[in-house]
Design a protein around this ligand. Structure first.
Ligand code: PMP
Length: 413
């Protein structure tokens, strides 16, 4: 497949692939800057979902009839596409989940409960999404393991000095976010993996925000697990991926019991299916998994380089324009940052800003973004977060900055 080069990157052509963008909201052209919460879907994803239900809907794996074979084939084709997308050794290392949250809970329960004991340590950072904190807290309650926190610096980077001091022979799991959803910080995963592996700890990467922006290569990263969600990378909701190294997945207990995850069931004892099916109990979200392949194809067609260049330009334009606004207070300004701008305006509550922006058709997210420890770190209630995707434009950012100026003037009258 040919990918788009920077010179041939045409944002208007890309926008035309997203039907939802072509609408007015509150009398204004929709400007969608809530991509870190969920991205919009291109027509090829929507069409694949419709086609699945109009032509191929059937349960998978055990049917011998034509529709069951078609559905099984398409479901497994997505698994192969994901394996290629993340450079996994084999498709069997790709487990379908309902999202990042489920992937992280799966590791905590199916790996953690089996292998961790009282006094073992689990390390996460202060910038984690709640879904990469709470599953580990639950595991600590169940096993007596202890949760340790890597602090973050004033500009929103991991305090790697503190990490070096915290990591030790008791550390069994380091679970870390690749790109922070509330700060945009891109973390040095390979360095963390090397240090964690040197003490024998396993590394789990929360790739929810990385998947839409960054080439995910599990071999380069070297991580043991990687979790991400389709809906943040132009795919459908209700589908996610947990990548795990074969030898680790094979040693784990099942996560849930039910159909599909078994080989033989009897009242004398049950044997489990091979990976990845051992972790996919029950009927999965077949239609959305099938459509997910189209989201991967969409990203591959654009190419990570063109995508990155475009989004970094948006980040630069956005940062420059917002810095000119009186009272602008950025939250998180790491050197290595994805296209997310989190901020406050002095004297205006983020919720008020969000509502006024919505009245102008501009969708941003306000609040703690499921990262309350980050808000505690900066002693704030929340932020306004504008997060940009491949279909956003420089013009949209200019309209956004003008709208902010106008709102602030009103507030300060
Ligand atoms: N981690 C991060 C960094 C996220 O941004 C999110 C979603 N906001 C999640 C985990 C959870 O993803 P999901 O809700 O798709 O399970």
């Amino acid at each position: 497949m040919e990918t788009i080069t920077d010179q041939h990157f045409d944002v208007q052509k890309i926008r035309a692939e997203f039907p939802v963008l072509d609408q007015k909201v509150n009398g204004h052209d929709l400007i969608y800057f809530d991509n870190a919460a969920t991205s919009q879907k291109p027509k090829q994803v929507i069409d694949a979902l419709t086609k699945y239900y109009e032509h191929n809907n059937s349960n998978i794996h055990r049917g011998v009839h034509t529709l069951a074979e078609r559905a099984t084939h398409d479901y497994e084709e997505t698994r192969k596409a994901v394996a290629t997308f993340i450079n996994a050794n084999e498709a069997e290392e790709v487990v379908f989940t309902k999202g990042t949250t489920e992937g992280l809970n799966l590791v905590a329960q199916a790996y953690g409960r089996k292998f961790l004991k009282a006094g073992d340590e689990i390390m996460v950072s202060e910038m984690e999404h709640h879904s990469n904190i709470v599953p580990w807290q639950l595991l600590c309650q169940q096993t007596g393991a202890v949760l340790k926190k890597i602090p973050i610096t004033e500009n929103g980077e991991l305090d790697m000095g503190a990490f070096d001091q915290l990591i030790n022979e008791r550390t069994k799991i380091v679970s870390i976010v690749y790109i922070s959803n509330s700060l945009g910080t891109i973390n040095p995963i390979s360095t963390i993996v090397k240090k964690a592996h040197s003490v024998g700890a396993k590394v789990v990467v929360d790739g929810a925000q990385a998947a839409p922006h960054q080439k995910l290569d599990v071999k380069t990263l070297g991580c043991d697990f990687l979790a991400f969600s389709a809906h943040k990378m132009y795919g459908p909701t209700g589908v996610g991926v947990l990548y795990g190294k074969r030898d680790v997945l094979e040693k784990m207990d099942p996560y849930q019991g039910g159909g599909e995850m078994i080989k033989e069931v009897s009242f004398d004892g049950t044997t489990y299916n091979d990976i990845p099916y051992k972790f996919e109990a029950g009927t999965p979200n077949i239609g959305d998994v099938v459509a997910f392949k189209e989201a991967i194809e969409f990203i591959q067609r654009i190419g990570h380089e063109a995508l990155h260049t475009h989004e970094q330009k948006l980040l630069q334009v956005g940062s420059e324009l917002l810095h000119k606004i009186e009272g602008f207070e950025p939250v998180g300004y790491a050197g290595d940052k994805a296209s997310v701008i989190s901020f406050n305006i002095e004297g205006v509550h983020p919720f008020d800003l969000g509502m006024f922006l919505d009245a102008r058709g501009i969708a941003v997210r306000t609040g703690h973004h499921c990262t309350q420890p980050v808000m505690d770190r900066y002693q704030i209630d929340g932020t306004v977060r504008a997060s940009f995707a491949v279909y956003n434009t420089k013009n949209e950012i200019e309209v956004f900055a003008d709208a902010l100026q106008e709102i602030i003037k009103k507030f300060k009258k």
